[in-house]
Design a protein around this ligand. Structure first.
Ligand SMILES: *[C@@H]1O[C@H](CO)[C@@H](O)[C@H](O)[C@H]1NC(C)=O
Ligand SMILES: *[C@@H]1O[C@H](CO)[C@@H](O)[C@H](O)[C@H]1NC(C)=O
Ligand SMILES: *[C@@H]1O[C@H](CO)[C@@H](O)[C@H](O)[C@H]1NC(C)=O
Ligand SMILES: *[C@@H]1O[C@H](CO)[C@@H](O)[C@H](O)[C@H]1NC(C)=O
Ligand SMILES: *[C@@H]1O[C@H](CO)[C@@H](O)[C@H](O)[C@H]1NC(C)=O
Ligand SMILES: *[C@@H]1O[C@H](CO)[C@@H](O)[C@H](O)[C@H]1NC(C)=O
Ligand SMILES: *[C@@H]1O[C@H](CO)[C@@H](O)[C@H](O)[C@H]1NC(C)=O
Ligand SMILES: *[C@@H]1O[C@H](CO)[C@@H](O)[C@H](O)[C@H]1NC(C)=O
Length: 783
């Protein structure tokens, strides 16, 4: 056991709270001394070439374990008994993630999984050699969001209790030996987005109750022994957007008209069944389709004209049916079409000579004896009688010309409209919208009293160095606002308050909190009263997101969310520093001054307040409150320096370190000269992973919940085997975090001269995000 830089290891992190130990084991077995690490919470040994027994025995004493990940190793003998030791994990009552996908573990899943922690959210064991059946005790694990069992030899019927796991979002049962019917209780899983059941021996019919899974994005039932009809409830699930696959079964009946409800569906594959009847006209409504597979059925009749709306098709296979009539011209107009298979049908007439039909290797027409024409490479007979075509040909000019004109007009119009709305939008980013203008300058003290229930405690949403903030609803237009009542120590504050607020109001940026209006008055006790009214931010301030209170259920921020917020804040500061008529110093940047709207876009609040209050005050020296907040104040302010943009940059650097270490700059550990800057500098760069916010690592290593990682683009979805579960590119993650910490360190340099300007920060942070996104994309989708 040796301590090492993570850069030399695969992905190994043993984490103690509050300390960390990094082990580097590139192969071999797991040290028995692990069982003494009683404070261990995170155990991640993925991709390490580990051999030997699954070390559950050593883990039973580690009651604080939250996450255990042994994905992609060579643990186990492939024989019975490999999993018996899992029963020891029943002691780990905090366990949320248990993952040992792609090892060599054999034997059966023990009944004792029934005694696992009910905290378990993610349980994955795909790609092993597990036999036997799924114990009914699985029904106890009611907090499971992901259950991955793909690519094993698990058989028997799928127990009904699966319907009790009502929080499931991903259920991966594919490539096993499940038999018997698909349980109706699956319809209980209303949150499930990904349901993979392909490659089993399920028989009987598809339960219509699956239509209750209103969040399904992808459903794969291919390669089973299913019969009966396609329930209209299932084919009509409008949530399906990635793929619906029922191929290679024995389904009968027609393709229900309800298929037209799947307007977002990218892939439909019902090939290799005994489906009959005509292709429904409603299929034309599925205009997101990229891939359509109807081959190997008994469909008859013509290709409906409505399919001309499927312009995004790249792949269309309708071979081996009993389809007839002409090949419609519109197929030649599908610009994206790369593969068209019309073989083994009964089509007739002339083949179009456009688009896909010009590429002999992209189109298959074999086994249609009545076709003629087309490019010579297709070796079709010339069309002797042009009859079938000529009837259409005569009509064509009359129809086509007005139609093209109409289309041109429509296109021109829609261009105008989009251009107009784009102009509006881009203006809206920086310029006030007129409704705000109208409501300005008209708010009175009594209106504010009314809108905030008399500044009641229930409405209080925060307080800071500049004053208290209340939530209110403006009577005039019902707009939800945040009212900041300024803390005025001195009487006789500037009479030009409203003018100055107006000036502040002209400062606009999408990442600055909008000032809607202001109020300067005298309160009911005769004291000066000044307040500012802002847009209300639904997700509150960044602070509780970074430091949730003990026991609170706040969702933690992912790496990408943190990067986005950091870029938003940097953009706002860059704007204040560089793009305003005179540079504006914020003076009080901190996590509680960064507010998040409903889309988690960050808006910096309290900008300009320092200068506004400073001018308003008769006292020339800045009071502590006006200089910023403890922990974020640059060292030079203490030496009597003027507030400056370099001071803001320091505060930004501290904020960045806070966001990624999860520690407040005022944390108890930062005393006796140790600051968050030094704490980070000491770990930089080799031990950065040791000081990163634990919750960030937890999230980044359980990617499965993260639907944004999948694109609706069919080519980017993960292939069977679902290698994406619980996997993360450790090197990429580390590189990203090292770069972020470096920016944080540069910005919070003790010497103001060493700090980097905000425009440089914005560029660097954008580059970090881009390269991280590129990396995750690559490792996620290439299998
Ligand atoms: C665990 O700790 C005890 C006492 O602290 C020690 O005697 C024992 O050898 C340790 N076990 C392992 C496997 O290191
Ligand atoms: C489970 O916990 C109990 C007490 O908390 C302990 O005595 C026992 O040794 C633990 N079991 C294992 C397998 O470590
Ligand atoms: C679960 O734990 C209880 C009590 O510890 C025990 O009696 C029971 O046998 C366990 N169940 C299984 C299936 O192991
Ligand atoms: C379906 O879910 C409900 C709770 O939402 C549960 O009470 C019921 O037992 C479940 N049904 C089945 C068959 O699991
Ligand atoms: C569905 O299952 C089939 C058969 O195993 C497979 O070929 C296909 O790629 C799967 N589709 C998706 C989207 O997973
Ligand atoms: C077209 O379909 C036929 C019959 O289903 C099949 O034999 C042939 O390989 C397919 N052609 C291509 C290029 O996929
Ligand atoms: C195909 O359709 C024709 C008439 O449309 C019919 O005579 C023939 O039996 C059908 N073939 C199959 C295999 O269904
Ligand atoms: C023709 O189709 C084949 C197979 O889809 C494709 O590889 C090739 O690029 C296409 N050629 C042209 C000129 O589009």
């Amino acid at each position: 056991m040796m301590e090492h830089s993570l850069a030399h290891c695969r992905w190994i992190l043993l984490q103690f709270i509050p300390g960390f130990i990094v082990l580097c084991i590139s192969s071999g077995s797991i040290p028995a001394s692990l069982s003494n690490a009683s404070r261990l919470r995170l155990l991640d040994f993925a991709e390490n070439g580990l051999t030997g027994k699954f070390p559950a025995e050593n883990l039973g004493s580690l009651e604080r374990l939250v996450r255990v990940n042994f994905d992609d190793n060579s643990l186990g003998s492939g024989k019975a008994g490999d999993l018996d030791s899992l029963s020891f994990l029943a002691n780990c009552t905090n366990l949320e993630v248990l993952s040992f996908s792609r090892n060599s573990l054999g034997g059966k899943l023990p009944e004792s999984i029934a005694n696992f922690s009910t905290q378990l959210r993610i349980f994955t064991m795909g790609g092993n050699l597990i036999h036997g059946s799924l114990p009914t005790g699985i029904g106890n694990l009611v907090n499971l969001t992901n259950l991955g069992m793909e690519q094993n030899f698990i058989g028997g019927s799928l127990p009904d209790v699966i319907g009790k796991l009502y929080k499931l979002q991903g259920l991966y049962l594919n490539l096993n030996r499940f038999s018997g019917p698909i349980p109706t209780s699956l319809g209980n899983l209303t949150l499930v987005t990904r349901l993979f059941m392909e490659g089993n021996r399920f028989k009987g019919s598809i339960p219509p109750s699956l239509g209750n899974c209103k969040n399904l994005l992808i459903l794969n039932l291919s390669s089973n022994n299913l019969d009966g009809i396609i329930p209209k409830e299932v084919i009509g699930l409008s949530s399906l957007s990635i793929s619906l696959s029922m191929s290679q079964n024995s389904l009968t009946g027609s393709l229900p008209d309800e298929v037209g409800a799947s307007v977002n569906l990218a892939e439909l594959d019902i090939s290799g069944n005994n489906l009959s009847g005509e292709i429904p006209i409603t299929l034309g409504s599925c205009n997101s389709l990229v891939s359509l597979h109807l081959e190997g059925n008994e469909f008859k009749g013509e290709i409906p004209q409505s399919l001309e709306k499927l312009r995004g098709l790249e792949e269309m296979d309708i071979s081996q049916n009993n389809l007839s009539g002409q090949i419609p011209e519109f197929l030649g107009k599908f610009g994206a079409l790369k593969h068209l298979n019309l073989s083994q049908n009964d089509f007739e007439g002339e083949l179009p000579r456009e688009g896909i039909f010009l590429n002999a290797s992209g189109v298959s027409i074999l086994g249609n004896d009545k076709l003629c024409g087309g490019i010579p490479e297709l070796l079709l007979p010339a069309c002797s009688s042009r009859k079938p075509h000529s009837s259409r040909g005569l009509l064509a000019p009359k129809v086509i010309i007005p139609l093209t004109c109409a289309i041109a007009v429509i296109i021109a119009l829609s261009c105008l409209v989009t251009a107009h709305s784009m102009m509006k939008k881009s203006k809206g980013r920086l310029v006030t919208s007129s409704s705000y203008k109208d409501s300005y300058a008209s708010v009175s003290y009594s209106e504010l009293v009314e809108s905030t229930n008399g500044f009641s405690v229930d409405n209080l949403i925060g307080s800071g160095s500049f004053g208290s903030v209340y939530k209110g609803v403006l009577g005039t237009n019902g707009m939800v606002v945040a009212v900041k009542v300024l803390n005025l120590q001195q009487h006789g504050a500037s009479k030009s308050f409203i003018d100055e607020c107006k000036a502040l109001r002209s400062i606009r940026h999408r990442n600055l909190l909008k000032i809607i209006t202001a109020c300067s008055s005298v309160d009911n006790k005769g004291n000066d009263f000044k307040s500012l009214v802002f847009n209300f931010m639904k997700n509150g301030s960044l602070d509780p997101w970074l430091h949730p209170r003990e026991g609170s259920q706040t969702q933690r921020l992912s790496l990408i969310q943190r990067l986005n917020i950091a870029i938003d804040v940097a953009s706002a500061l860059d704007y204040l520093h560089d793009d305003c008529e005179t540079s504006i110093v914020h003076c009080d940047l901190k996590s509680s001054n960064v507010l998040l709207d409903e889309d988690m876009v960050a808006h910096v609040g309290d900008f300009g307040l320092a200068s506004l209050l400073l001018e308003a005050s008769t006292n020339q020296t800045m009071s502590a409150g006006l200089k910023g907040s403890i922990g974020y104040i640059p060292p030079e302010y203490g030496m009597g320096c003027q507030a400056s943009i370099l001071g803001d940059i320091y505060s930004y650097g501290i904020l960045l370190l806070e966001m990624f270490t999860g520690r407040r700059p005022t944390d108890d550990m930062f005393k006796d000269g140790l600051s968050i800057h030094q704490f980070t500098a000491m770990a930089f760069p080799d031990r950065v992973m040791d000081i990163v916010d634990t919750s960030l690592l937890l999230i980044e290593t359980d990617e499965v919940n993260d639907d944004v990682k999948y694109s609706n683009d069919i080519k980017e979805r993960p292939k069977a085997g679902h290698k994406d579960i619980g996997q993360v590119n450790a090197r990429g993650l580390e590189e990203c975090l090292v770069s972020v910490m470096q920016v944080g360190l540069l910005c919070s340099a003790i010497s103001p001269k060493e700090r980097i300007l905000m425009n440089v920060v914005v560029n660097k942070m954008n580059a970090i995000r881009d390269s991280y996104l590129k990396l995750t994309k690559k490792t996620k989708f290439v299998t």
